[in-house]
Design a protein around this ligand. Structure first.
Ligand code: HAM
Length: 489
């Protein structure tokens, strides 16, 4: 975009923000006059991840870390806040993410910034800025973290979502695409999910041009049946029509010409090699010529990961408010595989990726063909819950410390620290006075043993060790607690 035009846009955006600020100051004054009570509330499309859910997050994050390491990926962390242009240039102006979903604003220094909507451009920026092209290629990254997309909140669509992504930067070899796909399958299986991986090739800019012309011809005659957005997409990027949620547009997309018939020999050969590698590795996949992916940087291989779900009664409730529930059908229409509906029930895209041979260059680096993918962790965790997949048991506390009276409480605080440093998993409820309430807490936590300290025990330098199952009790000296616990645990 010419510099002058860019400056104009920034100026307009600054003015708009100034206006907004003026309104909000007025609002604040009004609120103060009315002495209105403020009730804290969550933003639409955002979610709290409560303690009860953390076992799922720990499980998935730990598995992500260990499988990434097993495939030789190294962790990279890039900032959540980035230059807006990184995504306008990288993710692409015709992608829905950049067109409609950016959390962008002019910061106090006048820079046009945004909360990252995805991880790939940030990782590529880091690759360029830290001169990683000088290292032996390819560079293999992985990342886990929040992304932001101002989507219409609905089933499986959050405004703050979490991704686990991998990128292999600096190799054009089809074996890389195959290994990224094999890795995707391995991660799902490692979590206990049964993935369905759908693959396509969208060619290189040259052969895609020919296909876009064909697609344009096909949709041009059906223009009136397309939604207003897709009528516009017909001019800007007809491939995006295949991603549209609208029922009519989806229906029309079913009979499109197949891109595979328009691939140039190099792209065709690349796809063939990827599939041969997958066959050799006995990795199942399905070809789906309607997978085009919603981001502009892709070249050649693209793929999406769905989950084969055993028949289930309720879908996705924990994700949804009642308004969002209404959109469920529509979303499943979109994210269920664009292939014919399956017998196994609706499928949800939990991941996607592909090759992006020109992105590094687009962002100012030396040419470095690359390939990667990302999983949506929120969707994966919903899927684990829906399928009632059992997580490995998390070890709870081994011993509970109960106290009676001020002196005992003081002693208990010290014993807690001593045992914790000795490596015991210790629990307490120091805010409770009654022994009964404390024993109830110990029961709830499922601790096998309970230490009881009362006034008498403080004076005698002893504690009572209670077996929570049998109810039997034993008095031991305080300096022998660890030894006794080791015997009993
Ligand atoms: P993506 O398909 O836009 O690809 O996102 C990857 C995954 O993130 C999706 O398959 C989905 O599971 C999850 N996801 C996306 N949007 C939402 C949302 N609003 N709410 C919940 N989950 C969501 C990328 O982001 C690319 N960067 C992947 C990639 C890496 N390609 C090459 N390298």
């Amino acid at each position: 975009m010419p510099r002058k035009k860019n400056k104009k846009i920034i100026k307009r955006k600054k003015e708009a923000i100034k206006k907004k600020k003026a309104v909000s100051v007025k609002d604040k004054e009004l609120r103060a006059i009315k002495n209105e009570k403020y009730v804290a509330h969550l933003l639409r499309g955002m979610r709290d991840i409560l303690p009860a859910d953390q076992t799922y997050w720990d499980f998935v994050n730990n598995r992500a870390k260990s499988i990434a390491a097993a495939y030789g990926f190294e962790r990279i962390e890039t900032p959540i806040l980035e230059d807006y242009n990184l995504f306008e240039r990288g993710t692409g102006m015709t992608s829905e993410v950049v067109e409609k979903q950016m959390y962008d604003f002019i910061d106090k220094g006048g820079e046009h910034v945004c909360c990252r909507p995805e991880g790939t451009p940030g990782a590529v920026r880091a690759y360029i800025e830290h001169g990683m092209f000088n290292l032996p290629q390819p560079i293999k990254f992985y990342y886990c973290g929040p992304m932001f997309r101002h989507e219409k909140p609905q089933a499986g669509r959050l405004r703050q979502l979490h991704q686990f992504g991998v990128e292999v930067v600096g190799s054009e070899k089809p074996i890389i695409d195959a290994q990224v796909i094999i890795f995707s399958r391995a991660f799902c299986e490692n979590l206990g999910l049964d993935p369905v991986i759908e693959i396509n090739s969208i060619g290189c800019p040259t052969c895609r041009k020919v296909y876009r012309r064909k697609l344009n011809e096909y949709f041009k005659f059906r223009r009136k049946q397309l939604c207003p957005d897709c009528q516009r997409r017909l001019e800007t990027n007809p491939l995006r029509i295949l991603d549209c949620k609208g029922k009519e547009c989806q229906e029309l997309s079913k009979k499109i010409p197949q891109i595979i018939d328009y691939l140039c020999p190099d792209c065709h050969n690349h796809l063939t090699r990827v599939l041969e590698y997958l066959d050799e590795a006995e990795t199942p996949y399905e070809l789906n010529h309607r997978i085009v992916r919603g981001l502009d940087y892709y070249t050649r291989t693209v793929f999406e990961v769905f989950v084969r779900r055993p028949k289930v009664e309720s879908q996705l409730e924990p994700f949804l408010s009642s308004a969002e529930q209404e959109d469920l059908e529509e979303t499943q229409g979109l994210k269920a595989s664009p292939l014919a509906p399956t017998q196994e029930g609706p499928r949800l895209a939990i991941g996607g990726g592909g090759r992006y041979d020109n992105l590094v260059e687009t962002l100012g680096g030396k040419p470095a063909p690359s390939c990667g993918m990302a999983f949506g962790l929120d969707r994966i965790i919903e899927e684990l819950k829906i399928q009632n997949i059992k997580l490995p048991k998390v070890h709870g506390p081994q011993v509970f410390i109960a106290q009676l009276g001020d002196m005992a409480r003081q002693k208990a605080l010290k014993i807690f620290e001593v045992l914790r440093k000795d490596g015991f998993r210790v629990a307490e409820n120091f805010s409770k006075d009654s022994l009964r309430a404390q024993l109830e807490s110990a029961h709830r936590l499922g601790t096998k043993l309970c230490l009881i300290i009362g006034h008498q025990e403080v004076l005698n330098n002893t504690v009572i060790i209670r077996d929570m199952l049998s109810g039997s009790q034993e008095v031991v000296d305080q300096d022998k607690i660890a030894k006794e616990l080791h015997k009993k645990i």
